[in-house]
Design a protein around this ligand. Structure first.
Ligand code: UD1
Ligand code: CA
Length: 497
């Protein structure tokens, strides 16, 4: 509470200063993930882990250097895509620990204080950094770092913060032999160090005997032993969770997701089963909307006001207009749906636009197409590479054949046309304004405006033929069943004798 009060007081003040530069450590091998891939590219609520630190530092206007090494191209790709050329990199060729990673950045230190952040601590807030900075300056410290109380101190690989009258030290989890339940204060992996002190002491870090790594945390003991000022600040555990394995990734994502859901709840969004919804960082939802059980809202999905997204639908980079209803089990990707429309259930839309007041119904798939205002395709339809006008009606079971085996062809269905049920529309083709196509037609040629196209075989009725067939059938069945009963009888009598 005291911490929160303190933070609240400082809100609004910015840490913009030319005294601080940041180093993010991201060169490690991520061995505890057991995937062979660097954990820093794993996503939390749709955003790669590494971007959480670099975006925070960008928000605080602190120039940032990222230490890369293991799979550095993967990490740099993600960072460059988001930040362009605004970050600098240092390479740690061999991963010899966090202290060694910091040593690799020595040549770029040019500000008074160096802020160091472990790249695998993604949920840090600006307040935590702001608070650290203020305490660092107020206490005139050489080294300040963020600590927290781990609710389950026996769990996780955090370094323990041991404060004694003789000084402060961080003992790494694997070297800690005390009572973990008593020593629940842990090191968050976020440090602010005076450059002068760092330059004097960085070479004094010794290789750990057990792990053969250089621990950044040794600087705390070195400072303490030399009677330098060491300051600690406290932060909520949920915001400094470190991520070393999939369990911790999962736990951190739960925290972030709950934050996002609470945020949208406060803005008038109703979640029917909140713990069963997946929501990404860049999603936005309008007031009065309802989100059902098991819904996935991914990427930059933007839902308007008073919408309803029913159970188990998945929306990725989708824009949904106000008052639109998405029925259950619908998939929408990279598409825009207009206001007051209805989509699904079991519809699948990719890279398309659907204008307002349209109805796209059960088991309808639409790809790379634009659907005009008030158009309806209510049942069992496939529409691909098609431009439809407004107020078109597409009958049940109709299909646009957009692929000729070689390339995708275009179809144009103009305003107010009526496509009968079970049509096969073979692209490229244009169906003119106001035209009708008869049920069951195979449309291969353009249909002029206001024409009726019938493209199916003529029906022939053969009088009395059904009765003839039925009689033939019955005779055949009678002889089959007689022989079957006969066979059974023979078998039974054989058994009783
Ligand atoms: C570290 C701290 C521990 C703290 C915890 C907080 C040390 C020695 N220990 O432990 O006290 O409680 O973070 O989460 O610092 N990295 C490199 N190069 C390397 C090794 C690591 O760049 O050679 C990077 C990693 O990619 C990672 C970060 O440094 O982003 C932290 O490394 P990690 O191995 O996860 O440290 P922890 O064991 O969690
Ligand atoms: Ca870690």
């Amino acid at each position: 509470m005291i911490l929160q009060h303190h933070l609240a007081k400082k809100k609004g003040e910015s840490m913009v200063t030319n005294k601080v530069q940041a180093v993010v450590l991201a060169a490690g091998k991520s061995t505890r993930f057991n995937t062979g891939k660097t954990k820093l590219v794993e996503k939390i609520c749709g955003q790669e882990m590494i971007l959480y630190s670099t975006r925070l530092l960008e928000q605080l206007h602190i120039p940032t250097t990222v230490v890369v090494g293991y799979q550095q191209e993967l990490i740099k790709d993600i960072l460059n895509k988001y930040h362009g050329t605004s970050l600098t990199y240092c390479v740690q060729e061999q991963q010899k620990g966090t202290g060694h990673a910091l040593m690799c950045t020595q040549n770029i230190w040019d500000r008074e204080h160096i802020l160091i952040m472990n790249g695998d601590v993604p949920l840090v807030t600006p307040d935590i950094i702001q608070h650290l900075y203020e305490e660092h300056l107020t206490t005139n410290a050489d080294i300040s770092f963020v600590t927290s109380h781990n609710p389950d101190p026996t769990n996780g690989g955090y370094g323990r913060v041991i404060k004694r009258a003789t000084g402060t030290a961080v003992i790494e989890a694997r070297d800690f032999e005390g009572d973990a339940t008593q020593e629940s204060c842990i090191n968050a992996g976020i440090y602010l160090i005076r450059r002068k002190f760092l330059e004097e002491t960085i070479t004094r870090i010794e290789q750990n005997q057990k792990s053969h790594e250089f621990y950044l945390t040794d600087l705390i003991k070195i400072a303490s032993d030399h009677k330098r000022i060491v300051t600690t600040t406290l932060a909520p555990f949920d915001h400094i969770r470190g991520i070393n394995n999939f369990q911790e990734l999962w736990a951190a994502e739960q925290v972030k997701r709950s934050e996002l859901i609470k945020y949208w709840m406060d803005r008038g969004v109703h979640f029917s089963v909140a713990h069963n919804v997946h929501i990404d960082l860049n999603v936005s939802i309008g007031a009065g909307s309802f989100i059902g059980c098991g819904v996935h809202l991914l990427g930059k999905t933007c839902i308007g006001k008073n919408c309803r997204i029913n159970e188990f639908s998945s929306l990725e980079n989708a824009t949904i207009g106000d008052e639109t209803l998405i029925h259950s089990h619908t998939i929408i990707k990279g598409s825009t749906i207009g206001v007051q429309s209805q989509i699904g259930p079991f519809a699948h839309l990719e890279t398309c636009t659907v204008a307002e007041q349209s109805i796209i119904g059960n088991f309808v798939e639409i790809k790379r197409s634009n659907i005009g205002k008030g158009t309806k395709a209510k049942h069992l339809t496939y529409i691909g590479d098609t431009q439809t006008g407004h107020d078109v009606n597409i009958g049940a079971g109709s299909i646009v054949c957009n692929y000729d085996g070689n390339q995708k062809q275009k179809t144009i269905i103009e305003d107010e046309t009526f496509i009968g049920s079970n049509n096969t529309i073979v692209a490229p083709v244009r169906i003119g304004r106001g035209a009708f196509t008869a049920a069951g037609s195979v449309i291969t040629d353009d249909v002029p405006p206001y024409a009726l196209a019938i493209a199916r075989a003529h029906q022939k009725n053969k009088e009395g033929y059904a009765t003839k067939l039925r009689t033939a059938d019955e005779n055949e069945n009678a002889s089959t069943s007689a022989s079957f009963i006969g066979a059974l009888k023979t078998k039974n009598s054989a058994q009783t004798t």
